[in-house]
Design a protein around this ligand. Structure first.
Ligand code: ZN
Length: 224
């Protein structure tokens, strides 16, 4: 059986019903890139965004911070993964983005980030608990994938398999988070909400632990 990443490249060319122009796509990608930075969802030059237009992908460039990109920095890439602009290189996670679109052809946007609390939970080899109202109502289906080298086809295939199984957000062990959307806003909300959920669960663990310690100490102090 062919890996998901190499399956049916023509899937991406079927849907021509796109309304976002390339200029608008570049401007919105830069806007959301800055938002990811401001929300602390990426650090250094980590994180990347792709937006699917009718006949190409727009992808953030490699080795650049998402903090201060210009619309002209965004790289045009064909659905076969070839940069259209020879003077710029797309994110090294391009295989992940291509695999996501092939696994879920209805997808218009992929956001990949390195959020602190999400990654901390992933180091335990598991997904953070999904027990908040926000997670239950808005996060959608979320999956966990084991570690694979960043930028590798193995990582792309692991994520694509999770997306093909219905996940809209994937936590990648010791690495980060990838979310799909029908537009930038939807993928951003899933990303932001996943990290907030991971942060809440982390704080809840700390409070439970502190409460337990204080309770046992109080118990000792009240002893005659
Ligand atoms: Zn990454």
């Amino acid at each position: 059986m062919l890996p998901v990443v190499s399956a049916r490249r023509d899937e991406l060319r079927r849907d021509g019903a796109f309304t976002v122009t390339e200029r608008e796509g570049r401007e919105r990608t830069v806007e959301y890139a800055r938002l990811l930075w401001e929300r602390g969802l990426v650090a250094g030059s980590s994180g990347n965004i792709s937006l699917r237009l009718a006949n190409m992908l727009l992808v953030t460039p490699t080795l650049r911070s998402l903090r201060a990109l210009e619309p002209t920095d965004i790289v045009r890439v064909s659905f076969d993964g070839m940069p259209v602009d020879s003077d710029r290189r797309p994110s090294s996670e391009l295989p992940l983005h291509l695999a996501a679109y092939r696994a879920r052809p209805e997808t218009r946007c992929v956001i990949h980030t390195h959020p602190t609390f999400t990654i901390a939970w992933s180091k335990l080899g598991r997904l953070f608990p999904l027990e908040t109202v926000g997670a239950a109502e808005s996060l959608g289906s979320i999956a966990f994938t084991p570690y694979a080298k960043p930028g590798s086809l193995e990582l792309a295939d692991l994520c694509a398999a999770a997306f093909a199984s219905g996940a809209t957000t994937v936590v990648m062990e010791r690495h980060g988070l990838s979310s799909l959307g029908s537009n930038l806003e939807e993928a951003f909300i899933r990303t932001d909400l996943a990290e907030q959920t991971a942060a809440i669960e982390t704080h809840a663990c700390v409070l439970r632990s502190a409460g337990a310690r204080r309770g046992s100490r109080a118990g000792r102090l009240s002893d005659p």
